[in-house]
Design a protein around this ligand. Structure first.
Ligand code: DGJ
Length: 694
């Protein structure tokens, strides 16, 4: 782990990689990212214009490209200065090393804009953190119109495969891949949060599989709208820019103001699984709030699918009794407990217990849940307000609006302007009071629509709202955490709309998707697992939907046990036999939970390439491993053979393997290299293989 500064060459050294840059005539240029080389060998080459149409800035490997001069490609930074000048010219000042941090200091001396490119390495990982700092050292305002977190250059001149997801509500995280031969690919969010569509990440690979091959990745800890663009230019260079979206963005730096971009975490891996495991470990060790980062997540019960808005003390207690009996450790009451919330048309904003449903407040329910040996959690959606609510009747001006425009309702609700101090204080105080009054150990923070009509007359520069909204959410969560350190927070936005490393720096986990159909869920979980930890992926077992394909309880558990197992079924409708089955799987999950939530993940087969999903999870010391197989819903196999190599095991050790139908003892080398041949004959068959070191 080192930062090496040698004349005009700066090298970040991680466990296995180098990230090298240099200062020169075209600003800060990129030299190398990938496997370690001899530091002495790095050299800087001056690039000059190719011809009258192609100045050097058209094709050189810039490290943070500014708009202006002969630069016509996408910029990382664009500013407007007080006199109307829109060109930024950054001179290299110096490179400073502070422990594991490199700060490359740049300045536009004419306009007093200071810019630092910051790089940070960490013990025991190849991940590097990057962000950019700004300071207005002039007497005039400076307006940032684009301020990306980082620019990246990829070494090969051959085309890269760019992996991302193409999702929507109920179909989040659906993996996609494009070979980028020329032009640009853009993935972005313009809705105010990360949203359901794309990952705020660049994943550029060459000849890579889950197991092997070069994978470069850069993941944004997103705050509001993001944009990722990857380009292959006329000299066959592939580069990317990642950060806050310039869509309706600007940020004013007043004289003396300092600011910084969100962080990007980048790394280089051998195969997609190594990327996922590296990011997962890093997120758990460095980003997740410390209180719960190293703790296993409890098996929770959530009331939403069972009772919807129809919650009351008796009904919830009846569910809680069953939940406790099958082994749940936490009971979360979802929507419906407050204000006039009998459906989605009213109540949001009125964060006071509904006294018809809970005549004596929440205490009797919470005491009852606690007596059953479970913790209690509560759903909230603080950023929202229904026009049919006391809050809106009293403060219509608290919702985003323009006086001259009709506000757009989505799910009958509007969004509150979280940057107004009175809104912020109202929500903080209400939540703080609820957490102080009741023994609540878990908050599910939901957000069920994007921003619109985002007039923010309270801000001097209303275009800052897209980021400041999310920042206000994070600030409230941080303050609540400080005051109530024993409370866990789940980030939800109509399913997985708020899953990103920004949220995971303040929340402990994410709700993955409102789609709990296990077959769909395998695809959704696959995409989620690319860059987010399994530990932070809530996965509910819900009731079989009679209108859809019949899926067994075993299959449902098989899928949900591959995340943070949770239960959403209406337990009151289940037979004792079914409940026993739930109890059996929850008990089994508790035995393998550490391995699933913290272990290394091996995505061995998936439906896009095969008729089967086969994923493995191996714990840190390789003493336990668990593999899950799930056959596809649509196949009529007759008979279908699959040979699976159990990757990730200690090849020198002996393992005892047991599943419902198989049992054997063999060496890790055998399991990993010869593998086992299975034959399945039916769609929607599933099997759990538990391997313990002998
Ligand atoms: C959307 C969430 O994703 C669901 O889990 C549930 O909490 C509903 N909102 C409640 O309105």
């Amino acid at each position: 782990m080192a930062v090496i500064i040698k004349d005009n060459i700066f090298v970040l050294e991680t466990e296995n990689t180098h990230y090298a840059l240099a200062s020169g005539i075209n600003g800060i240029e990129h030299l190398h990212w990938g496997k370690k080389c001899n530091v002495e060998d790095y050299e800087y080459h001056e690039l000059h214009e190719m011809n009258s149409n192609h100045a050097a800035l058209d094709f050189c490997k810039t490290e943070y490209i500014q708009f202006g001069s002969t630069m016509y490609r996408e910029a990382a930074l664009k500013c407007t200065f007080f006199d109307g000048c829109r060109e930024t010219v950054l001179d290299f000042i110096k490179a400073e090393k502070d422990g594991n941090t490199l700060r490359v200091k740049l300045e536009d001396p004419h306009y007093g804009l200071k810019v630092n490119l910051v790089y940070k390495t960490f013990e025991g990982t190849d991940i590097i953190e990057r962000f950019t700092e700004f300071e207005n050292a002039s007497n005039n305002d400076i307006v940032l119109e684009k301020a990306a977190s980082a620019e990246f250059n990829f070494p090969s001149l051959k085309p890269y495969c760019i992996t991302n997801t193409n999702g929507s509500w109920g179909g989040e995280f659906l993996r996609s891949g494009h070979i980028l031969k020329s032009g640009s690919l853009v993935y972005e969010s313009r809705k105010g949060t990360t949203g359901h569509h794309h990952l705020p990440a660049i994943i550029a690979s060459r000849n890579a599989t889950e197991e092997f091959g070069e994978v470069f990745f850069a993941v944004l800890a997103s705050v509001g709208n993001f944009k990722v663009s990857v380009t292959r230019d006329f000299t066959d260079k592939t580069r990317g820019i990642i950060g806050v979206n310039e869509f309706d963005f600007s940020k004013t730096l007043k004289p003396g103001d300092k600011s910084r971009t969100p962080s990007v975490y980048c790394g280089y891996a051998n195969g997609f699984c190594e990327m996922s495991n590296m990011l997962s470990r890093f997120t758990i060790n460095e980003l997740l709030p410390k209180e719960f980062a190293q703790k296993e997540l409890p098996v929770l019960y959530n009331s939403w699918e069972a009772t919807g808005f129809d919650v009351n003390e008796t009904g919830q207690l009846a569910l809680a009794k069953k939940a406790a009996k099958i082994g749940c450790e936490l009971f979360v009451m979802d929507d419906g407990w407050f204000g006039e919330r009998n459906n989605d048309r009213a109540g949001l904003g009125d964060w006071f217990v509904n006294r018809i449903k809970f005549p004596n407040g929440l205490k009797p329910l919470i005491d009852g849940v606690n007596e059953l040996g479970m913790d209690f959690g509560l759903w909230v959606e603080p950023e929202m307000v229904n026009p049919d609510s006391d809050l809106y009747r009293k403060h219509p001006e608290w919702a985003y609006h323009y006086d001259t425009r009709e506000p757009s309702l989505l799910r009958n609700q509007l969004v509150l302007n979280m940057t107004k101090p009175k809104v912020f204080d109202y929500l903080l105080n209400r939540l703080d009071e609820i957490l102080s009054e009741y023994n609540i150990k878990y908050i599910k923070w939901d957000m069920n629509r994007p921003l619109s009509e985002i007039g923010a007359e309270n801000l001097e520069n209303p275009k800052e709202i897209w980021q400041r909204h999310t920042k206000a959410v994070y600030d409230i969560v941080d303050i609540l955490r400080e005051r109530h350190p024993d409370v866990q927070f789940e980030a939800c936005s109509s399913g997985g709309g708020r899953a990103d490393l920004g949220a995971l720096s303040h929340f402990d986990m994410c709700w993955t998707s409102d789609n709990t159909d296990p077959v769909d869920r395998l695809e959704i979980q696959h995409g989620y697992s690319l860059i987010y930890p399994i530990k932070c992926m809530r996965a509910w077992v819900t009731d079989a939907n009679k209108d859809q394909r019949p899926i067994t309880t075993d299959f449902r558990f098989n899928v949900s046990m591959q995340g943070s197992l949770s239960i959403g079924s209406n337990l009151l409708n289940l037979s004792d036999k079914e409940l026993d089955k739930y109890a059996y799987y929850i008990e089994l999950y508790k035995k393998i939970r550490r391995t699933v939530q913290f272990g290394n993940l091996y995505r061995l087969r998936n439906f896009k390439e095969d008729k089967i999903y086969f994923n493995g999870y191996v714990n840190e010391d390789k003493s336990q491993a668990v593999y899950f197989s799930c056959t596809n819903a649509n196949s009529t196999f007759g008979r279908f053979f699959v040979n699976v190599r159990f990757l990730g095991l200690d090849e020198n050790a002996t393992y005892h393997m047991k599943s419902e139908w198989r049992e054997m003892t063999k060496s890790g080398a055998y399991f990993a290299n010869v593998g086992i041949e299975f034959d399945y004959s039916k769609p929607l068959e599933s099997e759990i293989f538990l391997l313990e070191k002998v």
